[in-house]
Design a protein around this ligand. Structure first.
Ligand code: FMN
Length: 342
């Protein structure tokens, strides 16, 4: 399939719940220009129940950078519907989360919990692949009985932002870890490869490791070697702290791409290999707050506070300013605090 996934080695922004919302993606896109962007993950069962609030994670800005909607859950029917929803919202791809270690998610068998039920994981990939084909051939939200409130919200959103959606078969990818409580890279990868997603992103830790220890890049390299016998793209992920390091890992482990997560906090420039001085960072923080208010008018500023703090380092009294930013509720609050410094 001709897709952005197959074009070249990709360096992308990793999906992060509570972080990669539309405003963060906008800023990262503008100042870093990664090759791909992911949304936060959205539970398919929640969408099926009509929880319109979840669509906030699926708000996106106009950009040529491929933007991929990430979903998670266990229910096949809900996956089918969620895939149609993501397609109707104009995303460029759909990614299935099979790596989240959060207890609330994994205990229900979703996220990294799927590593323990590989047959279900395969069924999920096949279901989402079928949904995107059906959608390209005319399947609609109404016909598959997507919850009426979700459908209405999407129709309203499309009218407000006046965007046009082209019917095409969206690529379906997976993001996962190297095991549940022990490393099972080879077995797990073989199941995934058999179900044929277009790409697999592998975070080099097990669920049990959560975010502790170091990501095991040799295991990622093993996964890449297995994928080399197929057309499936393999991306590595875990602990990358610079573009130079990302490029080294691409070469050493013969990967098709790298995802960068935490090192992008307050640092969209990581993708363009530039270093911003503190004034630029603070100006960008203000721009981030402005675009947050514009793109996500219903979102609470609480979720923006950490972003503001992440930009705020490397100058006198940075800790004091960070503390003040922990109480912002409006763009004006941000302006008032930052005006004292830049
Ligand atoms: C705050 C936070 C939220 C995350 N949420 C998601 C998510 O929604 N979906 C996902 O696939 N991974 C999620 N992850 C995992 C990251 O995408 C990435 O795999 C992990 O942070 C390792 O990469 P890094 O070392 O470059 O950060 C999250 C990580 C963090 C720190």
């Amino acid at each position: 399939m001709d897709s952005f996934w197959t074009k070249k080695q990709l360096i992308g922004l990793s999906p992060m719940d509570g972080v990669t919302d539309a405003a963060f993606r906008y800023i990262t896109d503008k100042y870093g220009k990664p090759d791909i962007l992911f949304t936060e993950f959205v539970p398919v069962e929640g969408l099926a129940r009509g929880a319109t609030k979840l669509l906030q994670s699926f708000v996106h800005h106009a950009t040529d950078t491929p933007t991929i909607a990430q979903i998670y859950g266990t229910d096949l029917n809900a996956y089918y519907q969620a895939a149609i929803v993501a397609a109707e919202l104009g995303f460029d791809g759909i990614d299935i989360n099979m790596g989240c270690p959060d207890r609330a998610v994994a205990r229900k068998g979703a996220g990294a919990g799927l590593i323990k039920t590989p047959r279900l994981a395969q069924d999920i990939i096949r279901t989402v692949k079928r949904a995107v084909i059906d959608w390209s051939e005319g399947q609609s939200m109404e016909k598959v009985q997507v919850h009426d409130e979700i459908t209405q919200t999407i129709l309203k959103y499309r009218k407000t932002y006046q965007f046009h959606v082209t019917k095409k078969i969206l690529p379906v990818s997976v993001k996962t870890r190297i095991g549940y409580d022990t490393v099972v890279t080879e077995d797990w990868m073989n199941y995934l490869l058999e179900a044929g997603p277009i790409a697999i992103s592998v975070h080099g830790r097990t669920l049990a490791q959560m975010y502790t220890g170091r990501a095991d890049w040799d295991e990622i390299g093993k996964a890449a070697a297995l994928a080399h016998d197929s057309t499936i793209r393999l991306l590595g992920n875990g602990d990358i702290s610079s573009l130079t390091e990302a490029k080294q890992k691409l070469k050493t482990y013969r990967l098709d791409g790298i995802l960068i997560g935490r090192a992008s906090f307050g640092n969209p420039w990581i993708f363009s290999d530039t270093v911003a001085d503190y004034k630029t960072r603070l100006k960008t923080a203000l721009e981030h707050a402005e675009i947050f208010a514009e793109l996500l008018p219903d979102a609470h500023f609480v979720s923006l506070r950490k972003h503001m703090a992440w930009y705020c380092r490397g100058f006198d009294h940075a800790a004091e300013v960070r503390e003040k930013l922990m109480h912002i509720n409006t763009v004006d609050d941000v302006r008032r605090i930052l005006r004292e410094i830049v």
